[in-house]
Design a protein around this ligand. Structure first.
Ligand code: ATP
Ligand code: MG
Length: 681
């Protein structure tokens, strides 16, 4: 098995006890070390259940599971391979009671949090609420609760936000709900406060592996430290040059602290890049050169020089998109990598995708956009998720309000306001209030009747969901439910056209099938092969929906061109990459004018790492394109190439394509020829 690993990788894989850090550049086989180490641990007799491997996304987790399965077969299925957040769910489900949390708490996504904050702060302004969300999330990631945030507040604005945070926290706990930050913060608090729980988890986990370690934040690091205990049996792999989540609280200090917190840490460096050609790797090494380093490193490749990196200057975005499409089409004629899945177009910001989508569509090339709007952000899916959340957790008042009004069932605003007032006075959730004796005194009999009818319907569904194990039972229940609430009719009543209603209903059907599939039975893996999975109840599946962003996390690589932000491309690789919009103001992103000089410099360093991540996604060919003009809001403004293009220090062999220059040269040549033609007859 270790034949496909170099000596340094084998070293990392065979270091089975104690702490190990693999610190190495892009494409050097860090993720491969993790997968092989899972297999090695299992082969040496460690029970798969006692291994946890933490990845950055659900997709990465699914991929790692498949790879581990390829190495050790079924035993890999037992390993806990998931994101930090999913691990947090596991911890809280089992032991959250010590914090007053029911096992079936709700997990609010970013949109839910935003509306809850608007509610707590009585504002309708999304920008203000987003600012609060940002600040509160920052505090939570730094380990502060509302009281601590208030104590350290230095301005009136911060004090007000901290007070708002206190109200927000109260609501969350009343609704038995947590936000994404809580999925890390609460397990950490639990382990800090409760020795017994800590001992249980430390005894359970024989080894913890963490991929993309450079992008962990301070709370995630503390959580990892608590989980591994003094024994410190863990493997972290990362690359300081690829730390690109500083803006979200990730900190390179976690890399600096590791040898101090674990003096017996074994540090392994990998230097061979197995991904990219020499030309691509040289450009990457040159770009990252100016950034300060935790340790000096220079990657080499044995894949040969390969094709030179191309820099393409374009007139505007549409031109740039057409060039990218033309490039893909011509490479399909000449390259040995001809599948659509061999191509990616990467860019800095989500809004850049649109023009590439249009160009690909015109050329009838299949594509997917990753890192864009999530399937679960669609209104119809959010409606259904509200119902499911309420099945799971009856105290989830926001879910109650959405479910009781979607589809409309004659329960109006006034009734709900009265119910809310009654529930608040009685210290009950909205659902709990339906069954209070004194409700009849507070609301008209007809309103009470409709509310209790809703409660009955819900209880019936919840009872069935608790017992619906496996795919077929789940599917029947979901169908019965959709029919009972007349959801298809609701879509027809609320859509702009029959076509739109049909499209939304088809999303609902996809969602139903996906939910049912996740309840287990047979599941098709990436290769389309069916294999048995442990059946789960619909309630268990419903709880973790908000952690998932696409329906097809298992579906590894449909044969389509990838459009992706640089952030979402982390850890991935493609034979052919077009890095687009490499302009000042985009990559590096527009500077924040209010920031001080040190903050500006740090920001440029992070943008440079992003450029490095982009370049190192390419295996065989890389095109870097920029435009002379760009749209900025409604205006078209002149644009400059990114400083990072010069920093790639491409040599003479580089092809610098400039269609305008080419045209000018052709015209000049033509004019010259015309001039030298003998005139007259
Ligand atoms: P990134 O920093 O982008 O996350 P990484 O260090 O995790 O990259 P991997 O994705 O593990 O790198 O590996 C990069 C590519 O090199 C993969 O295609 C992998 O299969 C291949 N590879 C890694 N190690 C070896 C090896 N020893 N022999 C052959 N191929 C290898
Ligand atoms: Mg990796």
């Amino acid at each position: 098995m270790t034949a496909s690993l170099n000596l340094a990788q084998q070293d990392a894989v065979n270091h089975l006890r104690g702490p190990c850090l693999v610190l190495a550049g892009a494409g050097s086989g860090k993720t491969r070390v993790i997968t092989h180490k899972i297999a090695r641990l299992i082969q040496t007799g460690v029970d798969g259940k006692r291994i946890a491997a933490i990845t950055f996304t659900n997709k990465a987790a699914a991929e790692m599971r498949e790879r581990a399965r390829g190495l050790v077969g079924k035993a890999a299925g037992e390993v806990l391979i998931c994101t930090f957040h999913a691990l947090g769910v596991r911890l809280l489900r089992e032991d959250g009671a010590a914090l007053g949390l029911k096992p079936h708490f709700s997990i609010l996504d970013s949109d839910d949090v935003l509306s809850l904050l608007k509610d707590c702060g009585t504002t309708t302004d999304a920008a203000t609420a987003r600012q609060w969300q940002w600040t509160i999330s920052g505090w939570k990631n730094a380990g502060l609760n509302a009281a601590a945030a208030l104590a350290q507040a230095t301005s009136e604005g911060e004090r007000q936000t901290a007070q708002l945070m206190a109200r927000y926290e109260e609501r969350l706990s009343a609704y038995q709900s947590v936000d994404f930050d809580d999925l890390i913060g609460l397990p950490l608090r639990l382990l800090q406060q409760n020795e017994q729980v800590t001992e249980k988890w430390q005894a359970r986990l024989a080894h913890v592996l963490v991929d993309e370690y450079q992008d962990t934040n301070a709370t995630q690091y503390e959580l990892m430290k608590r989980l591994v205990g003094a024994r410190g049996s863990f493997t972290a792999v990362g690359d300081d040059d690829q730390s690109i989540y500083g803006w979200r609280g990730a900190t390179l200090d976690n890399l600096r602290r590791l040898p101090l917190d674990f003096p017996q840490l074994k540090v392994i460096k990998l230097e061979q890049n197995y991904r990219s050609t020499g030309a691509i790797l040289r450009a990457a090494n040159n770009v990252i050169g100016p950034n300060p380093k935790l340790f000096p490193k220079r990657l080499y490749s044995e894949l040969g020089e390969g094709e030179p990196v191309r820099v393409v200057a374009c007139d505007h975005e549409a031109h740039e998109a057409d060039r990218a499409v033309a490039r893909i089409q011509s490479l399909r004629q000449t390259s040995t990598h001809k599948d659509w899945r061999d191509f990616a177009i990467l860019y800095r910001a989500n809004h850049q995708a649109k023009v590439f989508e249009q160009a690909l569509r015109r050329a009838q090339i299949p594509y997917k956009v990753s890192g864009g709007q999530s399937f679960f952000d669609r209104a119809e899916i959010k409606d259904l998720c509200a119902w499911l959340r309420l099945w799971v957790n009856e105290d989830d008042d926001p879910a109650f309000l959405r479910a009781v009004t979607t589809p409309k069932r004659g329960i109006g605003h006034q009734t709900l306001a009265q119910l809310s007032e009654f529930a608040a006075k009685a210290h009950l959730s909205l659902f709990g209030a339906l069954y209070a004796h004194s409700l009849g005194a507070a609301l008209p009999a007809r309103a009470v009747g409709s509310l209790q009818e809703f409660g009955r319907e819900l209880n019936d569904l919840r009872y069935r969901a608790r017992h619906a194990v496996g795919r077929d039972a789940a599917r029947t229940l979901l169908d019965d439910w959709l029919a009972a609430i007349h959801y298809e009719k609701h879509l027809h009543d609320t859509s702009d056209s029959p076509g739109q209603a049909a499209a939304r209903w088809s999303n609902v059907i996809d969602f139903r099938d996906w939910m049912a599939d996740r309840c287990g039975g047979q599941v098709a893996d990436a290769a389309g092969v069916s294999r048995p999975e442990e059946p789960r109840t619909l309630l268990d599946v419903a709880q973790t929906i908000s952690l998932i962003s696409t329906l097809n996390e298992r579906e590894q690589d449909p044969n389509v061109v990838t459009l992706s932000t640089l952030h979402a491309a982390k850890g991935l690789e493609w034979p052919h990459v077009v890095l687009a919009g490499v302009n000042e103001g985009l990559l590096p992103f527009r500077p924040d004018e209010d920031a001080g000089a040190a903050a500006q410099a740090a920001r440029i360093e992070e943008e440079r790492r992003l450029m490095y991540v982009g370049i190192t996604r390419a295996q065989r060919t890389l095109v870097v394109s920029w435009t002379r003009r760009r749209k900025r809001g409604r205006e078209i403004v002149a644009a400059q190439p990114s400083r990072f293009i010069a920093e790639m220090a491409l040599d003479q062999a580089t092809v610098r394509e400039d269609p305008r220059e080419k045209l000018k040269a052709l015209r000049a040549e033509f004019a010259q020829r015309a001039a030298s033609q003998p005139t007259g007859a």
